[in-house]
Design a binder for this molecule. Sequence first.
Ligand SMILES: NC(=O)c1ccc[n+]([C@@H]2O[C@H](COP(=O)([O-])OP(=O)(O)OC[C@H]3O[C@@H](n4cnc5c(N)ncnc54)[C@H](OP(=O)(O)O)[C@@H]3O)[C@@H](O)[C@H]2O)c1
Length: 329
Amino acid sequence: MDYRRMGRTGLELSVLSYGSWVTFHKQVDDTLADELMGIAYDSGINFFDNAEVYALGESEKLMGRVLKRKNWDRTSYTVSSKAYFGWRGKNNKPNQTGLSRKHLVEACNEALQRLQLDYLDLFFCHRPDTNVPIAEVVWTMNHLIQQGKILYWGTSQWSAAEIMEAHRAAQEYKLIGPAMEQPQYNMFERFKMEQDYLPVFQNAGLGTTIWSPLAAGFLTGKYNNGIPEGSRLAIEGFDWLKERWVQDEKIKKVKQLAVLSKNLNVSLASLAIAWTIHNPNVTTAILGATRKEQLSENLKALEVVKVLSPDIIEEIEKILQNKPRLDLA
Ligand SMILES: NC(=O)c1ccc[n+]([C@@H]2O[C@H](COP(=O)([O-])OP(=O)(O)OC[C@H]3O[C@@H](n4cnc5c(N)ncnc54)[C@H](OP(=O)(O)O)[C@@H]3O)[C@@H](O)[C@H]2O)c1
């Protein structure tokens, strides 16, 4: 496994990592989670991603039970949580969501309890919150760092302008600014990583823990001919993902990518993941997997990235036809 430094920090994250959105508690039980996290850790993965909202807190509890059982050296891995959406779903009351000082502090304490940990390595603001002054967010995160409850803080799905605003506030008050962002990044979702954040990478430095490298599984080709039973898009409440991804024009491109991957003698899943980590601004690509075979297949991206020559990247661009135009930025 390769390790990349997270932005301008000293923290080294494995270039592939493992997350639990949708999967833990809904599709993956304790036994399977134990096996999947075991495969991940044994392969060199040192970052496990979670959030208060995943399975309404149950995902963190499950991951906490596995970590407790595994009893790995705490210094050998990193864990995250994210706050914003709350964990009570429809029953969320005022102050149980968002980025106020009250919710961030309570969400952090609750995540630590659910995960059975003394500190979070990474703590994310899961979305921007225009109702909270940015200085309040930065002061709160700095406070949690000073208390030793979190080591690094970051954002998820913020714009470059919002991230720079946080840096400005951090500079003004001499506080610790955001070290990382967690944006969606895959062959069909490129704007933030390849256009919007470029000045932030250059000027402030920014680690990125990118999500949905397979577009929720769509980039494996499994949805080319309908929705297979037992797959993510067949789960009740996740039909919005079908609208998001399963479109004729995209399926056409996935089929062309499948031909390319076949010619390269690699799986489409590993090619799509390799393509994300080929971008040096990606610190780590968070894998999701509901089966051991999926995880093993996806880990092969570490080898596939080595065959991504400029010619192959060009072939992929010809298929995708969606490279952000920097001259229009
Ligand atoms: N910050 C945020 O807002 C945010 C949002 C989303 C995710 N995330 C993080 O990013 C992580 C990864 O996102 P993601 O789960 O959407 O990643 P993904 O890699 O795009 O999708 C993973 C899903 O695709 C299917 N899959 C994976 N490998 C496969 C293979 N080789 N063959 C066939 N199907 C395969 C599995 O679903 P099925 O088996 O069910 O079909 C798996 O759960 C999450 O766990 C979470 O930690 C963060």
